[in-house]
Design a protein around this ligand. Structure first.
Ligand code: NAP
Length: 282
């Protein structure tokens, strides 16, 4: 029931109409008895500063930020969490008594999604395919979890080198796909390119059955389709595979934990899956 005490949250991005965040967060408020409402607003970088002023003026609890605003928003906030600073992108804003704080829950969402494997990241060797914003969150999440090596694969060595310089950590090395045969095996191979997703279904940057060893985890950040060509090849050769759905769910759960104190056992990954299935989002 919306009343005079209802507090507001929102998503700032463009486009936003297909986002699952409003469905997920409004369902969580209902289940947890939180008197709040979450809306999606189509905001591009040229009006982002005004939108952020609006959050302050109207006393929003917080917000999520998505494409194309995740990097631009940093300059309008009062505090940036160290992990978000290292990634150079914020996806969650918390209004802490008028002070706007920026966090990035994509990195923790990615790390948390490995829970099902009880995975220990320490000293692991990683191949990360692609050099976009999602790859940056993943790389920083892995660094904060003490992996020993992250090879960044790109179609051009200049882009891979630029990515590594941006993060500036000796754990990262720049590679092109031509180097793959000499560099494997890896403990985790991660696809952070859009290949495999509409309209590039059936495509994969690498033949995943050719790299890694039997315990290698093949991870695709794509969650729709649930099994990309990259994952299918890995599965058929008996490797562990995971798509990006758990990452997506956990980034939302961690955003919620930034905004509200609640009993975490009352709003779990399984609860979110049920909501997404009921809404035919997955
Ligand atoms: P992006 O910036 O569009 O692309 C990432 C990188 O993929 C590019 O920098 C490029 O690297 C490579 N790439 C693009 N087109 C390619 C092609 N035709 N062939 C080979 N490589 C290509 O995307 P992003 O925002 O980082 O997102 C990456 C993927 O992760 C998307 O599929 C997105 O949906 C997914 N994602 C999932 C989650 C989740 O929660 N599960 C969160 C964020 C993103 P080079 O130019 O260096 O080769």
């Amino acid at each position: 029931m919306i009343n005079g005490n209802t507090r507001l949250l929102c998503l700032l991005g463009s486009p936003v109409e297909h986002s699952f965040s409003p469905t997920m967060h409004n369902a969580s408020f209902q289940k947890l008895g939180i008197n709040s409402c979450y809306m999606a607003f189509d905001v591009k970088p040229d009006t982002l500063e005004q939108a952020i002023t609006g959050l302050r003026t109207l006393g929003f609890v917080g917000a999520n930020v998505t494409f194309p605003n995740k990097e631009h928003v940093l300059s309008y906030l009062d505090f940036i969490d160290p992990m978000a600073k290292k990634i150079g992108a914020v996806n969650t804003i918390v209004n802490n008594q008028g002070k706007l704080e920026g966090y990035n829950t994509d990195a923790i969402g990615f790390i948390e999604s490995f829970k099902r494997f009880q995975f220990d990241f320490k000293n692991k060797k990683i191949a990360l395919l692609g050099t976009g914003g999602a790859a940056k969150a993943v790389a920083v999440g892995l660094l904060f979890n003490h992996v020993s090596k992250i090879d960044i694969f790109s179609r051009t060595i200049d882009k891979a080198s630029g990515f590594c310089k941006g993060i500036n950590d000796e754990t990262l090395s720049a590679k092109t796909y031509a180097d793959l045969d000499e560099t494997y095996p890896y403990d985790i191979v991660i696809n952070s390119t859009p290949l495999g997703m509409h309209p590039k279904e059936g495509q994969s940057v690498i033949k995943s059955d050719q790299v890694g060893y039997i315990d290698t985890v093949f991870y695709d950040l794509i969650y729709n389709p649930s099994e990309t060509e990259f994952l299918k090849l890995a599965r058929l050769s008996g490797r562990k595979t995971m798509n990006g759905l758990d990452m997506l769910i956990y980034q939302g759960i961690y955003a919620l934990r930034h905004w509200f104190d609640f009993d975490e056992s009352l709003w779990t990954k399984e609860d979110v899956v049920k909501i997404l299935e009921a809404s035919q989002i997955i």
